[in-house]
Write a protein that binds this ligand. Structure first.
Ligand SMILES: [Zn+2]
Length: 254
């Protein structure tokens, strides 16, 4: 006999979902490196931008270590990556890209970095902040960890006016924080209509083709493999929520 009182996995997950988010008026996505934002939330941002959201992208480091080529000049690479990021942002329909240009790979969590995140949030005044999940287990990249912590603590600081009064900016409380690469996602965005934009934006980062996209810039065949990998990724992201193509997040209400 079948026990029909037991949950069926998928519906248990659906029950845990917080209410859907309305398209925000303003969103601020913060990534450690050029292309991190696109991998984590490019589809969501493209979808929101198309619906009228003012999207700001903030890239913390200069991306100057993003190469396996021993002949690479770090300064040249950093300049290339700023241009690639602008092209990707345009492809997503973002309103603005900001760069902090901290040295790639050497980012450290500090009060200075927390203050900077507070300043950015108070200036942009987003309804939703998106970034790396600093609680993700076994996250190797130090810049991803440092960025995630500084964003979380920057959200708290931005919210409470007694933090960093020297900034002389009014406090601001986002309605939600969405963290990508979460071990325990509880929020999903359907990106079916924006998946092509996410891929196109990622492919704007040509200098990263070899390191993160399987040589997608070198041949049509490689690019097809990369798109297939991303399609599978988006399917896996959405599976727990019954969506075909999604980005998943841990959602926090500040
Ligand atoms: Zn990164």
């Amino acid at each position: 006999m079948t026990d029909t009182s037991a949950g069926t996995g998928v519906y248990d997950e659906l029950d845990k979902r917080p209410a859907p988010l309305a398209v925000p008026d303003r969103a601020l996505a913060i990534g450690a490196h050029p292309d991190d934002i696109e991998f984590g939330s490019g589809g969501t941002l493209a979808k929101w931008a198309a619906a009228g959201c003012r999207v700001t992208m903030l890239v913390v480091t200069d991306g100057s270590k993003g190469s396996w080529d021993p002949q690479t000049d770090p300064a040249e690479l950093a300049a290339t990556r700023i241009a690639e990021q602008k092209a990707a942002a345009d492809r997503l329909g973002a309103h603005e890209v900001r760069h902090l240009e901290r040295v790639d790979g050497e980012l450290e969590y500090s009060m200075d970095l927390r203050r900077e995140m507070c300043r950015q949030i108070r200036e942009v005044r987003p309804d939703v902040v998106l970034s790396h999940d600093p609680w993700q287990r076994y996250q190797l990249h130090p810049d991803h960890r440092a960025t995630g912590w500084a964003v979380m603590d920057g959200v708290i600081a931005a919210r409470d006016h007694l933090f960093f009064p020297e900034l002389d900016l009014p406090a601001h409380r986002p309605a939600a924080v969405l963290l990508w690469s979460a071990d325990e996602p509880d929020h999903w965005e359907d990106i079916t209509m924006a998946f092509d934009d996410k891929i196109a934006a990622l492919l704007c980062h040509s200098s990263q083709g070899t390191t993160t996209m399987g040589g997608a810039e070198l041949s049509d065949e490689n690019r097809d493999v990369f798109v297939a990998r991303m399609t599978e990724w988006a399917r896996n992201q959405g599976a727990a929520a019954g969506l075909d193509t999604a980005e998943s997040f841990k959602r926090i209400t500040p």
